[in-house]
Design a protein around this ligand. Structure first.
Ligand SMILES: [Zn+2]
Length: 83
């Protein structure tokens, strides 16, 4: 199945300008024993999902919340806009 969430947001590394990027979807934002990276965005039965992009040239790692998770970034869940 292909969706927008499977498409990496960028194909060029912003750190080294290389194009040796690898994406992995379906990363849980809330681990069993780790911090909840996106509080308030997990559902009752499923954790919020992120996509990870890693550059195999310089090692830069970036995380992107999926669209479903972004929809839960609201003031009701404790999120405030920074400007
Ligand atoms: Zn890089």
């Amino acid at each position: 199945m292909t969706s927008a969430e499977d498409t990496p947001p960028q194909t060029i590394c912003p750190e080294c300008q290389g194009d040796n990027l690898y994406a992995h979807g379906g990363i849980n934002a809330r681990g069993g024993y780790g911090p909840d990276l996106l509080p308030g965005t997990s559902g009752v039965f499923s954790s919020a999902k992120m996509q990870t992009i890693v550059c195999r040239d310089c090692g830069l790692i970036r995380f992107y919340a999926t669209r479903e998770t972004l929809a839960r970034i609201t003031p009701d869940n404790g999120w405030r806009k920074t400007r």
